[in-house]
Design a protein around this ligand. Structure first.
Ligand code: OAD
Ligand code: ZN
Length: 256
């Protein structure tokens, strides 16, 4: 099939699909200025994940870990959704059966208008009590930009230490999140994989499962990753460029 025929084919499939599952990773927020994890200049090249993304690391260096998350919160607050987030939010309006599942802990999908969303790896704006397990929105409390040992965030309910509500290495993704995502994976006829290396998420098996159930799998990522092997179509471009262009072709003349 020529490139033009392939493109036409993809547009036709996307136009006619009803049940759609979108799966995003850090690459979706890269054009908003937020760093990815495993690229050369990514987060894990600057900060050791054993300290900043494990429970053991948090317990031994809680001030350091919290202050990195405070910095990330400031970065997220000053970032804006890009055209990838905006296009994905538009897709939710178009498809009758739609779910967005993200590994990102920022809120750029929500700020772009996405509502049917499952966050697999937690939320950068939340803290969770180590004792009672309750979850709080950090923005509801007047917390300092930088913590000291004495000022670390405490549970408003029971007074115990709180941690970032992020799924760290060696921890389980909440069962409800996995169940909701899998439900959509099994149902979908089209899966879009956007901006993830698949290094972590390959383990969840979403792309493999969707493909073996007969769904068309489309990946948008400038680089090849662990999930590219499951993609029927791989669009090797930044998501903020490719998604709006493809979506314009899909919705052209549709009055939507
Ligand atoms: P990675 O850093 O592993 O992968 C980011 C992917 O985005 C790479 O494949 C890049 O090629 C791609 N990318 C870069 N720019 C892009 C663009 N403009 N458009 C589309 N794609 C682009 O990030 P994730 O796969 O999201 O977990 O990582 C998964 C998890 O590992 C994260 O949720 C995080 C990390 O440990 C936690 O923090 C719990
Ligand atoms: Zn508590």
């Amino acid at each position: 099939m020529s490139k033009v025929e392939q493109h036409k084919n993809l547009i036709e499939i996307m136009r006619n699909a009803k049940r759609v599952f979108v799966f995003t990773g850090a690459g979706a927020s890269k054009e908003s200025g937020l760093p990815t994890f495993r690229e050369i200049d990514g987060e894990w090249s600057k900060h050791d994940p054993m300290t900043f993304a494990t429970f053991e690391g948090f317990i031994s260096e809680p001030v350091k870990v919290w202050n990195l998350y405070r910095l990330r919160q400031r970065q997220i607050a000053s970032a804006q959704p890009n055209l990838a987030h905006v296009t994905i939010a538009q897709m939710e309006q178009y498809y009758p059966d739609f779910l967005l599942c993200t590994q990102n802990v920022d809120d750029l999908h929500e700020r772009a208008g996405s509502r049917k969303i499952v966050k697999l790896h937690g939320d950068a704006w939340q803290m969770r009590c180590l004792e009672c397990g309750r979850i709080f929105d950090i923005r509801d409390y007047n917390l300092p930009d930088e913590f000291t040992k004495e000022s670390l965030p405490k549970c408003p309910g029971c007074g115990s230490l709180c941690r970032p509500n992020i799924v760290w290495f060696g921890e389980y993704v909440p069962q409800e999140a996995i169940a909701a995502a899998l439900d959509a994976v099994y149902r979908c006829e089209l899966m879009l994989v956007v901006g993830t290396s698949g290094e972590v998420s390959g383990g969840y098996g979403f792309a493999q499962q969707a493909r073996s159930n007969g769904a068309t799998v489309v990946e948008i990522n400038p680089s090849e990753g662990m999930l590219t092997q499951y993609a029927h179509f791989w669009i090797s471009e930044p998501a903020g460029v490719a998604l709006p262009r493809i979506w314009e072709s899909v919705t052209k003349g549709q009055g939507k």
